[in-house]
Design a protein. Structure first.
Ligand SMILES: [Zn+2]
Length: 283
């Protein structure tokens, strides 16, 4: 309508990132979106994929709404296939979110998110022993529409709900499950920060007490599973921790495979027992 729309024109991505509650997002670079390789497989996940992509890239997109008014559609058959504006907006947000989850595990995306992390834009860990450690957004699943965004604390390895309700409709899949682990691995400074905070506070400063007496760790109401959040302190503990760290075997030796399968097949009851003890400990 206006004679010079170029003047106050704001790119779609910038508009999206400035929306209320969207401050966890970083703007994805145009180059990243225009590289088809980065979008592999997304066309089957997003309805009106092409229109949504054009919207994000600020191309002119024909919607069912303006089709009715100007009547310049190329083929009448496609009229019903065109999305209306609300549908298109939803598809564009979904597509952008899924691209965002991929972008933040690329090098420029990680860097952009790291500076947001550094500025404490995702909030601090509420846990006393974490001493205000900065949090990292995480999704508990990579499938959109399942769960909203959560915040991961690299210090206590726990996951928290964002403190403000404005983030309760942000999809966790737009940040994904891979991102926090990769960020911590890429920036060892984060682990240093955790270590400094852990050493700063003595773990025995505070704990459950009854009239001044500590509760036994073996008691059912005692501070069980506390070890889950403890960091290794001595070199011996550190070594033990490194041995316990989950890792994918780098290669399968042929000699290993029958040994593993035999041992697993041999005593299946052992595994069952483990599960039971874990479950009862948790309760
Ligand atoms: Zn924490």
């Amino acid at each position: 309508m206006s004679s010079d729309p170029e003047e106050d024109y704001i790119p779609w991505i910038q508009q999206f990132c400035e929306l209320f509650g969207h401050d966890y997002f970083v703007p994805v670079s145009q180059d990243f979106i225009e590289d088809d390789f980065n979008l592999t497989g997304l066309s089957s996940q997003v309805p009106y994929y092409r229109e949504a992509l054009y919207t994000i890239l600020d191309y002119q997109v024909e919607t069912a709404d303006d089709n009715g008014s100007n009547g310049t559609s190329n083929n009448k058959g496609s009229k019903t296939e065109l999305p209306n504006k609300a549908l298109l907006a939803h598809s564009a947000e979904l597509l952008y979110g899924l691209i965002h989850a991929r972008y933040i595990i690329s090098k420029p995306g990680l860097t952009a998110m790291a500076s947001k992390f550094e500025r404490n834009e995702f909030g601090s860990c509420p846990r006393y022993y974490c001493d205000g450690m900065h949090l990292i957004p995480v999704g508990s699943t990579d499938i959109p529409g399942q769960e909203t965004v959560r915040l991961y604390c690299p210090c206590c390895n726990d996951i928290y709900l964002p403190s403000s309700s404005r983030y309760l409709n942000i999809d966790g899949a737009f940040f994904g499950t891979t991102f926090p682990g990769l960020l911590v691995k890429m920036f060892p400074e984060i682990e240093n920060q955790c270590r400094n905070r852990v050493y700063k506070v003595n773990q025995n400063d505070f704990g459950l007490r009854l009239f001044g007496f500590q509760i036994s760790e073996l008691s059912a109401s005692g501070p069980r599973m506390k070890w889950l959040r403890l960091h290794p302190r001595t070199s011996q503990e550190k070594e033990e921790f490194n041995n316990c760290e989950l890792s994918v075997p780098s290669e399968f030796d042929e000699s290993d495979v029958p040994f593993n399968s035999d041992s697993e097949m041999g005593d299946p009851e052992d595994n069952d027992d483990d599960d039971k003890t874990m479950a009862s400990e948790g309760n």
